[in-house]
Design a protein around this ligand. Structure first.
Ligand code: 3PY
Length: 259
């Protein structure tokens, strides 16, 4: 994942992914080989429980693709379980202050000489296989290899974004445009046409770039994703399983009825 992000930073093509809202090993197995650098398992809004998170993360990594888990909240135990099942990165929603960002980093790091504040517990050895490592290798390298991404998606988060971006151990800022618009008092789905949201988007992008961090943006189509890459974002998805299924099935059903 880091290699794909570094490539994106050098302007050699974006780091692209797919987004899972539905549960199931076979779904993850089907989606992972479709050309993505990463596939995200969404335990925040998806119908994905702890067991399915384990199944999907394993299925994605065994396809040679980086599994990312979006955590339901920012609780240390949730971060621990996502990392213990072998996520290459975590995405934590609604990070609004540098103090919250520091707490998220602490939860994602084993205590070590470099990360004396780390509180991640050292049990659960399912993760090493997803990094082609043995347990000892994983314990020694996870603090460097596992990536921490926080979502900037509220008015307060935008006010604090430079301070959040400066937190050591935060690798990426990711914009959730729907929640951002919603927190500013607009209808979430209208985000693309709201100038306040677009101004905040530019500020978040600049804060991330100035701090030397990766910056990502949520997108529901290739066109939107490509526009965000053009704007300077490194990391984008291009839809989600539920979007693909509903769009394809309703279009085909409509076609059939008109034949
Ligand atoms: C948002 O758009 O708010 C997101 O978090 C993407 O799911």
């Amino acid at each position: 994942l880091r290699a794909a992000l570094e490539k994106a930073k050098r302007g050699e093509g974006p780091c692209v992914g797919q987004w899972l809202e539905f549960p199931g090993y076979t779904l993850a197995r089907t989606v992972a080989p479709l050309g993505a650098d990463w596939v995200l398992v969404d335990t925040e809004h998806g119908n994905i429980d702890d067991r399915d998170m384990y199944l999907q993360v394993g299925a994605i990594s065994s396809s040679g693709v980086s599994p990312i888990v979006r955590i339901a909240g920012s609780e240390p135990w949730m971060i621990k379980r996502a990392l213990d099942c072998g996520a290459h990165a975590i995405m934590v929603p609604m990070c609004e202050t540098p103090e919250q960002a520091q707490a998220i980093v602490r939860a994602a790091k084993y205590p070590s000489a470099t990360w004396s504040q780390g509180i991640r517990g050292a049990g659960g050895m399912f993760a090493p296989a997803n990094f082609n490592q043995n347990g000892r290798e994983y314990l020694l390298s996870a603090n460097d290899n596992v990536m921490v991404c926080v979502q900037i998606e509220s008015r307060l988060a935008v006010e604090n974004v430079e301070a959040i971006a400066a937190v050591e151990g935060i690798d990426m800022l990711f914009i959730g445009p729907n929640d951002l618009a919603s927190s500013m008092g607009y209808v979430a789905f209208d985000h693309a046409s709201i100038s306040e949201v677009q101004e905040a988007t530019a500020r978040i992008l600049n804060a991330g770039l100035d701090a030397g961090k990766y910056v990502g943006h949520f997108a529901l189509s290739a066109e939107v994703a490509a526009a965000k890459v053009k704007q300077g974002f490194h990391f984008v998805n291009c839809g989600a399983d539920i979007v693909a299924i509903t769009a394809w099935m309703s279009t085909e059903m409509g076609k059939l009825k008109s034949l």
